[in-house]
Design a protein. Sequence first.
Length: 218
Amino acid sequence: MTAVSERADGSTTPPEPETKVSDRDRRCLATGVMKPKTEMIRFVIGPDQSVVPDLSENLPGHGLWVTASPADIQLAIKKNLFAKAAKEQARPAPDLVDLVTRLLRKRCCEFLGLSKSAGNAVLGETQTEAALRANKLGLYLHAPDATRALDNRNNISECDLLTRDEMGAAFGYDRIVYAGLTPHSLTGRVKRELEKLRSMTTILTPQTTISVEESPEG
């Protein structure tokens, strides 16, 4: 119950509004800051006391949340915060940061494959540039070693984190240099996972600009 304070003259002052924490927010183990789950990585303690990244956020066990940042994950390891939060022994792998990054790359590619199956992927230089000019894309992807920048006059969310080999494998080809995703709920998922990958990648290019707020959910 919220208390109502009483003044000396007998009148009362209304209670201050309570600050509610969204069920989509979690507290980072490393920093203690509340952040949206979309910016964080969930971990659980496995049966062998290993620290397991749970990117799908559905593994059984107490969720341990850390901001998708190499520095924060390393800090959680250094200060033994996984064990302290779980109140049991925890053995994070020495290469946990690299493991999370690899799993994120794999997850992003899996969502790209699902997007192609759903019919909302545009592949190839000519097709992607035409879709960009027509403002039909929700996300524009190109390999980091693409030979030229396509005409993105509409400032569509852009990402160059995935290699041509990774995009090719995701879409069922040997290599893909340019691709786009039309507005779709899957496109929103891809953008959120790519944003986590961006946060986990220490060396970025200026073209890596992903706006998750622009993603339609339908």
